[in-house]
Design a binder for this molecule. Structure first.
Ligand code: PLP
Length: 403
C-alpha cells in the first residue's frame, strides 16, 4: 500500500516494541467519524469491521462521548468494595435488555467466559461436593485467549502450545445434537457455545439445536451457557441473539459492543443460578464495573433505544445479506453467504487475505474469519448507501483477485 514515510516509520517502531502476536495490516488509524476511519496520512476508509463488532454506534457519537467526558470529571474508578451509581444503573439496564437476573461486570470477553466457567463449576460443586465436573464446548468455537476461555475454544491450533488447559472439557459439533449427547455424562455441568459462531466462520445455531440443548440441560440440571460476546448487543436484530429462539440460557456472556470501545464485559445468570453458585470471596475484579465503564454501558443501551438500532439492523442487515448473495451468485470463487443481520460471512474457496488487502488499498476495511471467509461486522448504524459503497469496492477487489 502507498503510505507516507512518517506512517511507515511509526509502523517500524511498533514492530520493534510490540510483542508480535498479530500480523497487522500496514496502516495506522488516527481517528474515526461515523462509519469512516482515517489513517495518519488522512486517507479515508469505509469501515465494515468496527473494531471487530465493537463500535456499534459509529465513531464520535457526540452524546456517547459527552457522557464519558462527564463521568471522567466525576470519578473514573472506585472499587467493588463500594457501590457506584453508573454500575447500579448499568446493572438495571442490562437486566432489562437481557431478561437475565444477576450480573457481574468484567473488563473483557475472555474474562466474562472465565466467570461463566467458574459459575458452572461452583453450581455443580454445591450439588455433590466433587470437583471432577465436565464442560462440553463446540468445535470451531472461539471464547477468548485466557487459559479457561482457551480451554473451551474449539480450535486445537490455538490451544496446542498451552496445554494442559483447565481440564475436563469435551468437544462436540454445533448443530449436531447427537455429537453433544455422545459427550454427556453424569459429570457434565455445562454446555457452552456461541449463539452464532464468530471467529469459527459465522455459523448460527439452528433453532432445533437450541431447543434440544435447552431440553437436555433442563432434564439433567446442566447449565446452558451462551456466549453472546460477538453476536449479542443487537448485531443479529435482537438485543441478544438467543432471544429469537424462544429459549433462555442459564448463564450468558456479553462484551464487545457493550461498551462501544470502552473495555467492558459481563456474565449474567438466572436468579436460580445466582442463588446457587458464586458468593462473596469466590470471584472478583479490580476494574470490572467501574464508573467509567458502566457510564459507557448505560449510554450505549440508552442510545440503542433512542436511535432505533435494532430496526436498522433488521432492515439494513437484510439488505446486506441480499447484496452479498448477489456476489456469491456472481463469482465462482465464492461458495456461499452465511449469517444473520449485521453478522455476515462470505465463504470463499480460497484464502481471502489478498482480497482484504486490495479492499484496504481502495479505502474499505474488512476482516476475515478463518482463512477463507470475509466477515462483515460493521457498526449497527450503517445505511443502505454504505452497503452499496462497500459492495462497489468489494466487487472490484474480488474481480482483481479472482478474475
Ligand atoms: C471476542 C470474543 C471473545 C473474547 O473477547 P475478548 O474481549 O477479546 O477477551 C469471546 N467470545 C467471542 C464469541 C468473541 O467473539
Amino acid at each position: 500500500m502507498n503510505m507516507s514515510t512518517t506512517m511507515q516509520n511509526y509502523i517500524d517502531e511498533a514492530e520493534k516494541a510490540l510483542l508480535h502476536t498479530y500480523n497487522r495490516y500496514q496502516v495506522v488509524f488516527e481517528k474515526g467519524e461515523g462509519v469512516y476511519l482515517y489513517d495518519m496520512d488522512g486517507k479515508k476508509y469505509l469501515d465494515f469491521v468496527s473494531g471487530i463488532a465493537v463500535f456499534a454506534l459509529g465513531y464520535q457519537n457526540q452524546e456517547f462521548n459527552d457522557a464519558l467526558k462527564a463521568q471522567i470529571d466525576k470519578i473514573i474508578h472506585t472499587s467493588n468494595y463500594y457501590y457506584n451509581l453508573p454500575a447500579i444503573e448499568a446493572a438495571k439496564k442490562i437486566k432489562e435488555i437481557s431478561g437475565m437476573d444477576r450480573v457481574f461486570f468484567t473488563n473483557s470477553g475472555a474474562e466474562a467466559i472465565e466467570g461463566a466457567i467458574k459459575t458452572a463449576r461452583k453450581y455443580a460443586y454445591l450439588k455433590d461436593g466433587s470437583t471432577d465436573h465436565e464442560i462440553i464446548a463446540m468445535n470451531h468455537s472461539f471464547h477468548g485467549r485466557t487459559m479457561g476461555a482457551l480451554s473451551v475454544t474449539g480450535n486445537p491450533h490455538y490451544r496446542e502450545a498451552f496445554e494442559p488447559g483447565i481440564g475436563n472439557i469435551k468437544f462436540a459439533d454445533l448443530n449436531d445434537f447427537d455429537s453433544v449427547m455422545a459427550q454427556v455424562t453424569d459429570k457434565t455441568c455445562a454446555i457452552i457455545f456461541e449463539t452464532v459462531q464468530g471467529e469459527g466462520g459465522i455459523y448460527p445455531a439452528t433453532e432445533e439445536f437450541m431447543q434440544k440443548v435447552r431440553k437436555l440441560c433442563d432434564e439433567r440440571d446442566i447449565l446452558m451457557i451462551l456466549d453472546e460476546i460477538q453476536c449479542g448487543m443487537g448485531r443479529t436484530g435482537t438485543m441478544y441473539a438467543w432471544q429469537r429462539y424462544g429459549i433462555k440460557p442459564d448463564v450468558m456472556t456479553t462484551a464487545k459492543a457493550l461498551g462501544c470501545g470502552v473495555p467492558v464485559g459481563a456474565f449474567l445468570m438466572t436468579e436460580k443460578v445466582g442463588a446457587h453458585s458464586l458468593v462473596a470471596g469466590d470471584h472478583g475484579t479490580t476494574y470490572g464495573g467501574n464508573p467509567l465503564a458502566c457510564a459507557a454501558i448505560c449510554k450505549v443501551i440508552e442510545l440503542y433505544e433512542k436511535q432505533n438500532v435494532l430496526d436498522n439492523v433488521k432492515e439494513v442487515g437484510d439488505y446486506l445479506g441480499k447484496r452479498l448473495d448477489e456476489l456469491a451468485e456472481e463469482f465462482d470463487c465464492i461458495e456461499t453467504r452465511r449469517g444473520i443481520g449485521m453478522m455476515q460471512g462470505l465463504v470463499f474457496n480460497r484464502a481471502v487475505g489478498d482480497i482484504i488487502v486490495k479492499a484496504m488499498d481502495k479505502g474499505l476495511v474488512l476482516i476475515n474469519a478463518g482463512t477463507d471467509i470475509i466477515r462483515f461486522v460493521p457498526s449497527l448504524v450503517i445505511t443502505k448507501e454504505h452497503v452499496d459503497d462497500m459492495m462497489a469496492i468489494l466487487r472490484e477487489s474480488i474481480r482483481e483477485v479472482c478474475g
